[in-house]
Design a protein around this ligand. Sequence first.
Ligand SMILES: Cc1ncc(C[n+]2csc(CCOP(=O)(O)OP(=O)(O)O)c2C)c(N)n1
Ligand SMILES: [Mg+2]
Length: 540
Amino acid sequence: MTTIAQYLLSRLHDLGVDHIFGVPGDYVLRFFGEISKSPIRHIGTTREDTAAFAADGYARSKGAGALVVTYGVGALNVVNAVAGAYAESSPVIVISGAPGVREQREDPLIHHRFGPFSFQREIFERITCSAVALDDPLIAFRQIDRTLSTMREACKPVYIELPRDIVTRKGYPIPSGQDAPLQSDPETLEEAVAETQALLGDAASPVVIAGVEVHRQGQQDALINFISHSHLPVAATLTGKSVFAERHPAYLGIYEGAMSSEYARYMVEQSDLLLMLGVTLNDVDLGIYTARLDPRRMVRAAQGEVVIRHHRYPHIRLADFLAALTARISPRVALPDIPALPEAEGFPASSRPMTVERLMQRLNTALTPDMVVVSDTGDCLFAAIELRVHEKAEFLASAFYTTMGFAVPAALGAQIARPDRRALILVGDGAFQMTGCELSTFSRLGLAPIVVVFNNKGYSTERFILDGPFNDIASWRYYRIGELFGPLAGYRAATEEEFETALLSALKQTDQPSVIEVILARDDASPAMRRLAEHLRAKL
Ligand SMILES: Cc1ncc(C[n+]2csc(CCOP(=O)(O)OP(=O)(O)O)c2C)c(N)n1
Ligand SMILES: [Mg+2]
């Protein structure tokens, strides 16, 4: 006999989910009992939202991630993180306990209840691509199958509610009658590829811009293959950062309007044909609307269609478009001369105060192919434009939804999903105060991320827009956090020399986390933030 919990857990395991993040509660305890009998390992977190961020980081690294929470108090705590996963297309499975089906019938006033029992599922319906309550054992297996297959197709979170009296009930296998996945229409594909090929043939300076969908659709190797065939230069959007290997000779850097490096901006904006692959345009990727992109010089393949100037070719999968174009394209003669990354010359200059710019230059030389960089929201995200990770998909951030508090817990998920990679976490002092407590879980598990806390004494990204006392925060001694959470090594770096010593020591520390608190001037800013400021000032 297979129970509903066993079936759900075995389906998760089939998807590569070997860990599940979350916090128990009485409505979900029985399911926790079942988890401990399964091959899936539970990772306890300090809060539910950090469990969801961790599941998101895990999903981005491994293809699917899961969290388990109790009814009401637990589930409602994850709404922001799950909405973020929805906005950023990360396949996260939310499992929530609930009062039993029989208990619900009597309409009792039981704890954690906040309205009709269906409210919670209805909330999640808005921020997932499928939300189901498994309240009927007859159809529960089919509901599980359909929900998980919808998640894989849409690459968005799903919600599964498990009433506590259903967990160990026997379920019944029923064919799930799944919807067929999107298929490209061969004639439409042929026409779209022919038109693109002709435009590419006539273009003098075509450039590829790669977006996040390349990762979500599993097309990263296909893109590298396409670039090796075509010899086209590639930029990436910020939300798509690291979809293309950033140390590849064809890589131009991040294009983000006025926030881009001068060279990436020049190359993209002078191009007479932009091939936008998997790019969904939003204000962050458009550099807060400072981008200068001309739709008449654009081929856009994303969201199941190809748009060429004013022609729209529906029902085309990115994978099919890339494969067909690769087979047809003739290579260009040579790549342009792409300038090398600026180095932190003379680092460390003994008592020179640390700045974001020098910090990023130094981190660029410290990065190795076995690291994954996870950035929070704040100036560290804009600063990360200047970073070049080695391999594909080594940069994670909430770059579009831009929720604070993402980095530390998402890095936990990423490191557990890929233990061969060490996390380098970039986080502002404000964001660290939100979810930095999750570092204690790294310590508990003996994981060794390097956390760089940008201590600029408050919400500097907000100061940049409108300053006032509301942007001040309490002053913490971040480098001493190990006394509370240890084992954890802490460092405080106000000067380049202090940072160098801390970084070298942190790189060697491979059995516990290291926190390097970097003391920055209140008005220091990343080069990208300064470029944006200059641009906006010039416009006024
Ligand atoms: C959860 C959440 N709350 C509020 C905001 C608005 N917000 C964006 S950046 C920012 C300040 C971030 O401060 P910090 O982490 O110290 O980074 P800094 O801007 O100083 O580099 C705030 C409050 C947000 N993005 N997410
Ligand atoms: Mg700050």
